[in-house]
Design a protein around this ligand. Sequence first.
Ligand SMILES: Cc1ncc(COP(=O)(O)O)c(C=O)c1O
Length: 392
Amino acid sequence: MQDYILSQTAATLQRSVMRDLMALAVSPDILSLAGGLPASEVLPGQEFSQSLERVLSRDGAAAMQYGPPWMPLREWIAGFMRGKGVACSAENIFITNGAQQALAILSRLFCDPGDTAVIEAITFTGVQQVTLGRRLNVHTVPTDLDSGVDVGALEHAFRTHRPKLAVLIPNFHNPMGVTISREKRERIVALAAEYRVPVVEDDPYSPLRFMGEAMPPLKAMDEEGMVFYIGSFSKMLMPAARLGWIVGPAELADRITVLRESIDLESSQLIQRAVHDFVQEGRLEAYLDRLNSTNLRRRQVLMQALETHFAPLGARWTKPEGGLFAWITLPEHIDAWQRFETAVQQKVAYIPGAAFAVQGGHRNTLRLNFSNITEEHIREAIRRLAQVFSAA
Ligand SMILES: Cc1ncc(COP(=O)(O)O)c(C=O)c1O
């Protein structure tokens, strides 16, 4: 074995505990609430294969070549964002390979190692990878389970730490399922402008709303250009498209483009064109209807099962109006991390909430995914989990 001397970044970057846990939970006899995947049976296989065929016969070699970001797709995304109230045109849209790459680019755009970034104390592990994982100095703020990030704490962090970047997940938070309230959104945009802190609005989930009233993006309220919106086709169409986008100022196009090129040159021409074909044929609406009605049914079954089996344990949970996740808080003395192995022995899996906790703790919490498991299996999984958590 060679003694390699690794970069500090490579040596510091933590393996995502979540990926390890999910690897444990893939065996087919396990009822898994651990993933974050759309329902496999709903994915638009047939329609997308038609888009692929159409693009290949229409564009031939150009669809298989290197090429600049596909302008018709940028234009479509700009229209989609205008539909959400964001004033933008194609020159404001930067295509990436998924939201994760957009996070990596924006982290590099604003921060060098040692710079300060503000993130939520409980957040998606990918947000931790592009901040802690890049050796940024991370300051965390708490999140209210009803109304989203604590804006008082955010203001305090902006005032006292003068961060170079903040990253928030506004809709159907991963992992907590919560959505930032309208009042808080206005406040966050005002704080970004007042303290000149670029706020990344990481929003892969807003198209997955299955009930309640849509919220305007932070970016729609941003008159000072301090909000950087991230969207993704992963959750609204298919993860394997590996396509996302940033909405940002055209004047940063050159910097964003070189940063992106330094990572992986460009996105696939074939996939960009096929995704564009799919959406401009008007197929997205029908697909989202199918996806969201499946998610809603599963969410309702989960909520009922929690009421039946978890309420007697003294547990509380978030009630998401969209997205893929609910967040459960058990009584303090129940350690969801420690009970994970027992759960897997009982053929049921979840992600312990502590896996998302930037500074540890929160061992009495867990994240449950309801999108890629049948209604019958949700009922049975929750029944088994209640037994695991009620055992002395
Ligand atoms: C909040 C959040 N941001 C970003 C991502 C990464 O998404 P993508 O597949 O578009 O890279 C995810 C994926 O689960 C997520 O939950």
